[in-house]
Design a protein around this ligand. Structure first.
Ligand SMILES: Cc1cc2nc3c(=O)[nH]c(=O)nc-3n(C[C@H](O)[C@H](O)[C@H](O)COP(=O)(O)OP(=O)(O)OC[C@H]3O[C@@H](n4cnc5c(N)ncnc54)[C@H](O)[C@@H]3O)c2cc1C
Length: 596
């Protein structure tokens, strides 16, 4: 392992809060090599040549068209990127597969079909399949000969997935499955399903079911708010008989598959969201330069420039935090081997280490995408409300991202909950950091302690980490075990953690671009500064409000004085930054920082 990889292998999930600003290794998109860029260019060509021209037809739910596009993607090798080479896949690093996914996500419905097929549809077999199962299914899935789906949710159990009612009973050499799964993406054309059911009503387990197995059928297509071109159906199991060897993973260990695969689904959703953001910004820049009011293009107005700049800042930040997480995952996965008998479990454990960061990608990016889609509607004015123009569909399509792969509420509970659990187990020195911060109240970090072109912003993040720690520490002290049941407090903690991760990831990337004299370094600096300007105050506000949620009176005054001790961060003018950013966007006609 290289020294850099060794350093990453030591990074623990959630440790970004406790580590000095910028001290952890970080992969940045500017580090991509030629091979990854070529894969991503092939994906872009495929999208521009085959998928985007069929935008309207796809959204009329033409399943033959969706199937043929997926199969074409398979022929190009775009379905087998995460499948091991032994089964006709390419087994590229996650970061390469994610660079491709970002490109494949520029049509909302297709993005969901593709991401489901290559992610939650195929990966359960990649990570948990027996040799025979892998040999049977993976070559077909990697090449697009077969397509896949993942069936966990039921009408009565969504967030509470383990409350599933579907059953499996062993009858001689066969399992007999009964029950009904709801909201199953790709169900209309999938050839193979990973289905979760309880053996004897108790042992939650996963099974591989083929569409031609006796007793499986699908319901009608759901009528949805958005992603209307993706297939979503109920999957019905009526005495569905499958051979005994189709149990996937260990009996009673289905939760490991269900939750492990969802972690992957989460960072993928974050990446896909950035793909969507880029497309929306591109047409919004174009529209706002063509649309004139009061004798001027509307992009000359400060409040339209504000929207363009805020969109671009979120793209830069989202991309930075996603690839930081994916870099950690790749290095953790590099320490595992497909040849080990416990390969699947080892790889899941490597990914699970970064469950906090995976949830951050999911929540932060899905909300940023929704913000961008909504701002696009607004920038288009009345036309934005018309189904004839693209923002209306974008807003409907992206709304689902806050719901599936674990709702954003559930993921917020996971972010703070996982951090606290790890601290309790002694895996993260949260208490020690809390003691350090308590001592620093009388001598907080000073701006002069930081160096480099973004020293001021780095100081801001260090202060944010301390405000978060003080407030969270107070919540732990006052609420103890009851903290996890105080969901609003947990969500505030998660909001602060997300903002800290976002600010830090963006600063590290921008600083590297500045130090490397990257062509777009100056706009990267402006985008980062704009984001930190606004985000810092969100953390500050949340820290104060969290204190008010847990103490009152003199104790609250004392707590707020502590937070104030870490608040010597002076903003710069967001208006000036936005003006500069917008003029670059308008001049270039697109988001300038091209990764591929
Ligand atoms: C288009 C689409 C595609 C989908 N694709 C798939 C698929 O391929 N495979 C699959 O298995 N599933 C799929 N799903 C299901 C999806 O994952 C679930 O809808 C999601 O997990 C939420 O479950 P639910 O709908 O039952 O909502 P509920 O769990 O009933 O939640 C309702 C509300 O209550 C909140 N809530 C629930 N529990 C808590 C709690 N403990 N604390 C605080 N708030 C809580 C939720 O955040 C939400 O706001 C899909 C759904 C849709 C709409």
């Amino acid at each position: 392992m290289s020294t850099a990889a060794e350093a990453v292998a030591k990074v623990k999930g959630g440790s970004f809060l406790l580590s000095p600003m910028g001290s952890l290794p970080q992969f940045c998109p500017e580090q991509f090599g030629d091979e990854a860029r070529e894969f991503a260019r092939a994906a872009r060509d495929f999208m521009e040549g085959e998928v985007l021209p069929q935008d309207e037809a796809i959204d009329k739910l033409d399943l033959d068209l969706s199937t043929s596009l997926m199969k074409k993607a398979g022929e190009l090798g775009l379905l087998g990127l995460e499948v091991p080479e032994a089964y006709e896949g390419m087994d590229v690093e996650k970061k390469t597969a994610m660079l491709v996914l970002e490109e494949m996500s520029k049509q909302g419905s297709f993005a969901v079909s593709y991401s489901c097929n290559t992610g939650i549809g195929t990966l359960p077999i990649v990570y948990f399949g027996t040799e025979a199962q892998k040999k049977t299914y993976l070559p077909r899935l990697a090449t697009g000969q077969w397509l896949s789906a993942y069936a966990l949710t039921e009408a009565g159990s969504g967030s509470d997935a383990l409350g599933a009612k579907a059953t499996a009973v062993l009858d001689g050499d066969h399992w007999v499955l009964n029950g009904s799964k709801m909201w199953i993406t790709n169900a209309g054309f999938a050839d193979v399903f990973t289905i979760f059911a309880k053996v004897n009503g108790e042992l939650f387990s996963a099974f591989i079911v083929e569409k031609t197995d006796p007793g499986i059928s699908t319901g009608a297509e759901e009528k949805k708010m958005g992603i209307k071109g993706s297939s979503t159906r109920t999957v019905i199991l009526e005495n569905c008989r499958i051979p005994k060897d189709r149990l996937l993973g260990d009996l009673g260990k289905g939760h490991k598959i269900a939750f492990g695969i969802l972690n992957i689904g989460r960072f993928k959703l974050g990446v896909g969201s950035v793909g969507g953001m880029k497309r929306i910004l591109e047409y919004t820049i174009r529209y706002t330069s063509e649309r004139h009011q009061f004798g001027k293009p509307i992009n000359s107005f400060g409040l339209i420039q504000q929207k363009l700049a805020d969109m671009a800042a979120r793209i830069f930040v989202g991309e930075s935090l996603n690839f930081r997480t994916i870099g950690y995952l790749d290095d953790a996965l590099a320490g595992t081997s497909w040849n080990s008998p416990t390969a699947g479990a080892d790889k899941m454990a490597a990914i699970d280490e970064f469950a906090i960061e995976c949830s951050i990608s999911k929540v932060w990016c899905s909300e940023a995408l929704f913000f961008i889609a909504d701002e696009a509607v607004q920038a288009y004015g009345g036309y934005g409300f018309s189904a004839e123009y693209p923002p209306e569909k974008a807003e409907r399509d992206c709304r689902i991202n806050r719901i599936f792969e674990g709702t954003n509420e559930i993921n917020r509970l996971l972010i703070a909950g996982t951090l606290l659990k790890r601290a309790m187990k002694g895996e993260l020195p949260l208490m020690q950091f809390g003691q350090q911060v308590a001592k620093e109240v009388s001598s907080p970090p000073k701006a002069a302690d930081f160096t480099g072109p973004l020293a001021r912003l780095k100081h801001g993040v260090e202060l944010s980490k301390r405000q978060c720690m003080l407030a969270a520490g107070l919540a732990v002290q006052v609420l103890g075990q009851k903290l996890v049941d105080n969901q609003e407090v947990m969500a505030r903690m998660s909001n602060m953690l997300m903002e800290i991760y976002a600010m830090e990831s963006s600063i590290v990337r921008a600083e590297r671009m500045l130090e490397g004299s990257h062509r777009w370094a100056e706009i990267a600096r402006d985008l980062t500064e704009l984001y930190v300007n606004e985000s810092w105050h969100r953390v500050h506000g949340d820290a104060r409000m969290l204190c008010a949620d847990v103490v009152e009176g003199e104790a609250l005054r004392h707590a707020l004085a502590g937070v104030k001790a870490f608040s010597e961060f002076h903003p710069t003018s967001s208006a000036r930054l936005r003006g500069r950013i917008a003029s670059q966007l308008i001049q270039k006609g697109s988001y300038p920082i091209e990764v591929i």
